[in-house]
Ligand binder design. Structure first.
Ligand SMILES: *Cc1c(COP(=O)(O)O)cnc(C)c1O
Length: 450
């Protein structure tokens, strides 16, 4: 007689889950099937037996730290809070920045940084179309225009050469995104910023402790914004932070995240200028979780970096497969493992490839789809206030300048992502993934005839 899954079973398995504190997410187990064998989609044995990932990983100290915060009654970061200010110090030190301002989310960190720069209606912010919607929303939230620049098809990152050409007299900020954790070409962005005297803000929401020429991402430009949302490499459920080494900017960002109120001053002290501010503060609960998690991020980054680079090498040998290139002098933070296929060279469409991957139990998703940002921005400003700031002719001209973004389109139909827990585990998992993809490609003609 088959028993239904009882509540007692549920409790038993969930306490088992709680017991594997500090364990790395198990993503794949090889089935022993040979890469020479028949692909699973054609009836062969899948190369992997198991495909799941668990994130976040509980490190063990979170429970006690959270209880301490609860019991002391200090739930608020300031003036008596201790977790958030200590986390800010720890994260700034880890990243080599002078100042860190923790926020309630990554979106809040972007909104606060742009507010500190007085970004407003009519201003243009240079960024990439290949990003999470929050990047675009942080610009629209200030009634500014995202000036979308196509990506470098090799790295999947915003193309610095095109960014320079996209600047005009209304450009007020450069907002490169290190998408997937892979560094954007910061040499290009720093040079444009310097030449045109425009601040560079890094959207490093996926790029914790990645590096550009020895500097941690987020500390390379004038400021860098981070997310600690639960899927990110340093998680606290929700949360964010801004790094900067510019004291005046740090003060303005603090105010913009704290209803205009500075660290050491009342609401009416405008000595560094008045900043539009809202409440984007982090709670002590988030700070407590982050202080436990931050102790382990370097260990995970080392593992992801070794596995990511190894997998890049393996996949680059397969016809029609192109892992996102890491620029010389850069270290990828590997929030995502990103690659693309050229369907003609690979021998099948991405849809068919997904089917074959699933049959092998190898993870892979399509990432950001072909979001039509031009339509999104048009609709966002299709309100009485929006039409006042951006009459149709202005948006038409902007849309024409943005243009067709062919590389972005290519990625939106041909990129494949694996989420970062796939890289947290033994190196043999990378061999399993590569074996599966290799045998799918070798048998592409037969699979395409299915
Ligand atoms: C996650 C993310 C954000 C927003 O962070 P939240 O914490 O979810 O608000 C912004 N930009 C990028 C690139 C992100 O990945």
């Amino acid at each position: 007689m088959t028993e239904r899954f009882s509540r007692r079973d549920f409790l038993a398995t969930s306490s088992l889950a709680a017991a594997i504190v500090g364990a790395a997410p198990t993503v794949l187990v090889g089935s022993g099937a040979s890469q020479e064998g028949k692909p699973a989609v054609l009836g062969g044995t899948p190369v992997a037996r198991l495909s799941y990932s668990s994130w976040p990983v509980l490190q063990g100290e979170e429970e006690e730290s959270l209880l301490n915060v609860l019991r002391t009654g200090r739930w608020f970061r300031s003036p008596t809070g201790s977790q958030v200010p200590q986390f800010e110090d720890e994260y700034a030190t880890m990243c080599g920045a002078k100042f860190c301002i923790a926020t309630s989310s990554g979106t809040a960190s972007l909104v606060s940084a742009l507010a500190a720069l007085d970004i407003g209606p009519g201003d243009e912010v240079i960024t990439t179309p290949y990003t999470f919607i929050a990047t675009i929303n942080s610009i629209i939230g200030h009634f500014a225009l995202p000036m979308l620049v196509d990506v470098d098809i090799d790295s999947f990152q915003v193309d610095g050469k095109l960014a320079d050409a996209a600047c005009n007299g209304n450009t007020r900020c450069l907002l490169p995104v290190h998408i997937g954790g892979n560094p954007a070409n910061m040499d290009d962005f720093l040079a444009i910023g310097k030449k045109r005297e425009i601040p560079v803000i890094e959207d490093a929401c996926q790029a914790h402790i990645g590096q550009w020429r020895g500097k941690k991402l987020g500390s390379v430009g004038d400021a860098g914004c981070f997310s600690f949302q639960v899927t990110k490499n340093l998680p606290s459920g929700e949360g964010g932070a801004i790094l900067t080494s510019n004291e005046v900017l740090a003060d303005r960002i603090y105010r913009s995240h704290n209803n205009c109120i500075g660290r050491r001053s009342g609401p009416n002290d405008y000595s560094n200028g008045l900043v539009r501010g809202l409440n984007h503060r982090m709670t002590e609960f988030q700070g407590a979780v982050l202080r436990a998690q931050i102790k382990h991020i370097e260990k995970y980054q080392a593992m992801r970096n070794e596995n990511g680079l190894y997998l890049n090498k393996l996949l680059a040998e397969i016809p029609g497969v192109y892992p996102a290139k890491v620029y010389d002098g850069a270290e990828n933070a590997w929030h995502l493992y990103m690659y693309r296929i050229n369907p003609a060279e690979f021998g099948m469409s991405r849809d068919l490839f997904f089917r074959a991957l699933r049959a092998e139990n190898i993870p892979g998703g399509g990432g950001y789809g072909h979001g039509d940002w031009i339509e999104f921005v048009r609709r966002s400003y299709d309100t009485p206030a929006g039409r006042r700031v951006y009459p149709k002719a202005v948006l038409d001209q902007w849309a024409e300048r943005v243009g067709a973004l062919p590389h972005h389109h290519n990625l939106s139909i041909n990129a494949i992502w694996m989420t970062q827990p796939v890289l947290v585990g033994p190196k043999t998992n990378m061999d399993i993934i590569a074996d599966g993809i290799r045998r799918i490609q070798k048998n592409a003609a037969e699979i395409a005839r299915m």
